[in-house]
Design a protein around this ligand. Structure first.
Ligand code: FHN
Length: 581
C-alpha cells in the first residue's frame, strides 16, 4: 500500500514535471524559418490613417516618409484622431490586392496593423481608435485580407509598432502633445494595448506568418522577450522580426534601404520602398524602375536573404498606377524565371561585376544585369564539371570552355532579357571557386571594405544618413587610419593581363589637413594626395589616382596605407579598378 502510494505520488510528480517542461517548451520552442528562407520576395504594405494626408498637412508638403506627418507637423492628437472620420478606403478589395501580389511574384505580404500613429487597421476591441469604430468605412480590411490570403495560399504577416504609439501617453514617441520627460508607465501600455491587440491579431485572423515589430529603441531585454513569448504562446509558428529588439526575433530585418555586400549567415530580409516613402505620398514621384527592383531582389538573394518591397496604398484603397505597372513587370519576369529565385541559397562565388548568382544543389543561376557586349561571359567558378549551360527559359545550350579559374561562356551579343538574363548552369561534383575577387576586363570592379584585411588601427565602420526625412541611406567604409602602420589589403585575381585605372571612393572633411597615401599593386606604387570632400562622412567622391599594369594573369595583393595623415585620413568606401579602354 505504502509502495503504491509512493509510486502514485511519483507518477503525479512526474506528470506535473512533464507538463511544466512541455508548457515551457511550447513557449520557448523556436519556429522554423524554412518557408521564409524559401520565399525570397515579400510585399510590404504601409496602409493607415497616414495614407489620407499622404505627406501634406495644412497646405504644407512634407517630403520624405509620409507616415510620420503627424509627428513632423506636430498635429494635436485630437485633431489627428478626428481625421479618421474622413478615412474611407471604399475601393479596397482584398481579393484584388492578393491577386495583384501573386501576379507580382510576391510570396508573402506584411501589412501595417498599427503604425506609430496608434491607429488600428483592424477591429480591435481594446481601443476606439480603429478603422471599424472611428471611420465611416467600418469594415476590417485585415480580416478581409486574411481571408483572401487564405483563399489564394498567400502568407500574411502584421506590422505592429510595439514601442511608439503617438496616441498613447504611456508609449514612446509623442513628445509634442506630452512632455518628453514625462513619467511613462510603459508596462501599462504593453499590458493594456500592445499585448491585447497582438492577441487579437494572433487569435482572430487565422495563421499569422510574421509579427513585424519595429523601432525597439529603449526596450529592455525583458520587454522584448515578453513580446516574443507572447506571440509564441498564441501562434508557435509565427515568426518575429529582429526589430522586437535586443537581438531577439527569428530573423534579421536589416535597416531601411540597406543591402548586405556579402552573404549573411542567418535568415534576413532587406527592405526597400518603391519611392522614398513607406506610406502613400502625394508628393513623391521618385520610383524605382523594374530593373532596379529586380537588382535589389537578386542582390538580396545572392547574399542569402529576402527582399521585402514596400508600396503605400492610397487612402481610397488602391495602388498607385506606377506600382501596378512596375511590380507587374517584375512579376512577369519572376513567372518566367522564378526557379532562379525561390528556394535558392546564397552565391558560392566571390562578388561579380556583372550581377549576381543564386544557388541550388547542382545548379547555379547567373543573373547577368550587365550583359557582355563581346559575347563572352566570364564566371570565376574554378574548375568543375558542368552538365548543361543554357539561357534560362530559352534552353538552347551555350558552348563553354575553361581558362584558368574562369568558366568562359559564349553568349549572344545582345541580352535576351534586358531586365536580367539568367544563365543556368547544371553540374555534378562540387565547386571550389577562388575566394579572391576577379577583376572584370570590361566593367569596373569595386573592392569593398567587407572583403578587405585590416592591419593596425584601421577598422570597418558604417554610416547612415537621410537626404529627405526618413529615406535612409547607408555606407560601409574603412576608417581610423593614423599612420603608415595602418594598412588595408585586398587579394584579387586578374584573368586578363591589362592596364587598369585605380579610382578611390572616399570622404575627407574639407577642414582636414591634407595628407598623402600610397597604394602598392603588381610591383607598382601609386602616391596620392587626400583631396577635400564635403564635411559629412557621406560626402564621398571619386578620385582617380593613376593606373597599374598587370603583366600576367594570376593572384595579386593590393595594399594601401597613409604616408602622412596630419589631420586624420580618408573614409574609404571602395577601390575601383577600371579597364583602361
Ligand atoms: O519609423 C518606421 C517607418 O515609418 C517605417 O515603418 C520603417 C519600415 O522599416 N520602419 C521605421 C523606421 O525604420
Amino acid at each position: 500500500m505504502i509502495w503504491m502510494k509512493k509510486t502514485y505520488l511519483g507518477l503525479l510528480m512526474l506528470a506535473a514535471f512533464t507538463h511544466a517542461v512541455s508548457a515551457q517548451e511550447k513557449v520557448l520552442s523556436v519556429p522554423s524559418t524554412k518557408w521564409f528562407e524559401d520565399a525570397k520576395y515579400g510585399m510590404f504594405l504601409h496602409f493607415g490613417l497616414f495614407s489620407l494626408p499622404a505627406g501634406e498637412w495644412n497646405g504644407k508638403r512634407y517630403h520624405g516618409i509620409s507616415e510620420w506627418v503627424e509627428k513632423r507637423a506636430k498635429i494635436p492628437v485630437a485633431k489627428y484622431r478626428a481625421m479618421a472620420k474622413e478615412f474611407n478606403p471604399v475601393l479596397f478589395n482584398a481579393d484584388e490586392w492578393v491577386r495583384f501580389a501573386k501576379a507580382s511574384g510576391f510570396r508573402y505580404i506584411v501589412i501595417t496593423a498599427k503604425h506609430h500613429e496608434g491607429f488600428a487597421m483592424f477591429d480591435s476591441k481594446v481601443s476606439d481608435f480603429t478603422i471599424t469604430r472611428a471611420t465611416p468605412f467600418k469594415r476590417d480590411p485585415l480580416k478581409e485580407l486574411a481571408d483572401a490570403c487564405k483563399t489564394h495560399g498567400m502568407k500574411l504577416g502584421f506590422y505592429y509598432s510595439q514601442t511608439q504609439d503617438w496616441n498613447e501617453y504611456d508609449a514612446a514617441g509623442n513628445d509634442w502633445e506630452w512632455p518628453k520627460d514625462r513619467k511613462r508607465n510603459f508596462q501599462k501600455y504593453l499590458d493594456e494595448k500592445c499585448k491585447p491587440q497582438l492577441k487579437e491579431l494572433l487569435t482572430r485572423y487565422g495563421d499569422v506568418a510574421v509579427i513585424w515589430f519595429d523601432t525597439p529603441d529603449g526596450t529592455t531585454r525583458e520587454e522584448s522577450q515578453q513580446l516574443v513569448d507572447w506571440v509564441r504562446q498564441f501562434q508557435p509558428n509565427c515568426l518575429t522580426s529582429s526589430r522586437v529588439g535586443n537581438d531577439l526575433g527569428d530573423y534579421l530585418a536589416l535597416r531601411d534601404h540597406e543591402l548586405p555586400a556579402r552573404p549573411i549567415n542567418r535568415p534576413f530580409e532587406a527592405l526597400f520602398t518603391h519611392n522614398d516613402s513607406w506610406g502613400y505620398s502625394k508628393v513623391d514621384r521618385n520610383f524605382r524602375s523594374p530593373k532596379e527592383i529586380l537588382r535589389l531582389l537578386i542582390e538580396s538573394n545572392t547574399n542569402g536573404g529576402n527582399l521585402i518591397f514596400n508600396v503605400g496604398p492610397t487612402s481610397s484603397g488602391t495602388f498607385q498606377s506606377e506600382s501596378v505597372r512596375d511590380l507587374e513587370i517584375v512579376g512577369k519576369w519572376l513567372h518566367r524565371n522564378g526557379n532562379a529565385v525561390y528556394g535558392t541559397k546564397a552565391s558560392p562565388l566571390a562578388p561579380l561585376s556583372w550581377g549576381g548568382c543564386t544557388d541550388k544543389p547542382g545548379e547555379l543561376f547567373l543573373h547577368v544585369f550587365e550583359w557582355p557586349v563581346n559575347g563572352v561571359l566570364k564566371v570565376p567558378t574554378g574548375k568543375f564539371t558542368p552538365k548543361t549551360i543554357s539561357i534560362y527559359g530559352i534552353g538552347k545550350p551555350l558552348s563553354y570552355s575553361f581558362k584558368g579559374d574562369d568558366l568562359i561562356i559564349k553568349v549572344p551579343p545582345q541580352a535576351p532579357d534586358p531586365l536580367n538574363t539568367v544563365v543556368k548552369v547544371t553540374y555534378s561534383g562540387i565547386l571550389s571557386p577562388p575566394t579572391a575577387q576577379t577583376l572584370s576586363s570590361d566593367l569596373p570592379t569595386t573592392l569593398i571594405p567587407e572583403i578587405s584585411q585590416q592591419q593596425g588601427k584601421v577598422k570597418i565602420d558604417k554610416a547612415r544618413w537621410m537626404e529627405e526625412f526618413g529615406d535612409w541611406h547607408h555606407a560601409t567604409f574603412i576608417a581610423g587610419w593614423m599612420d603608415s602602420t595602418d594598412i588595408v589589403k585586398w587579394k584579387l585575381r586578374v584573368s586578363k593581363a591589362d592596364r587598369y585605372w585605380v579610382v578611390l571612393d572616399y570622404s575627407f572633411g574639407s577642414n582636414n589637413l591634407p595628407g598623402e597615401g600610397t597604394i602598392s599593386l603588381a610591383g607598382q606604387q601609386l602616391f596620392f594626395p587626400t583631396l577635400p570632400t564635403g564635411d559629412k562622412v557621406q560626402h564621398f567622391r571619386e578620385h582617380r589616382i593613376g593606373m597599374v599594369d598587370f603583366s600576367r594573369e594570376g593572384f595579386y595583393e593590393l595594399s594601401m596605407k597613409p604616408i602622412a595623415a596630419p589631420g586624420g585620413f580618408i573614409n574609404l568606401k571602395g577601390v575601383k579598378l577600371i579597364p583602361y579602354l
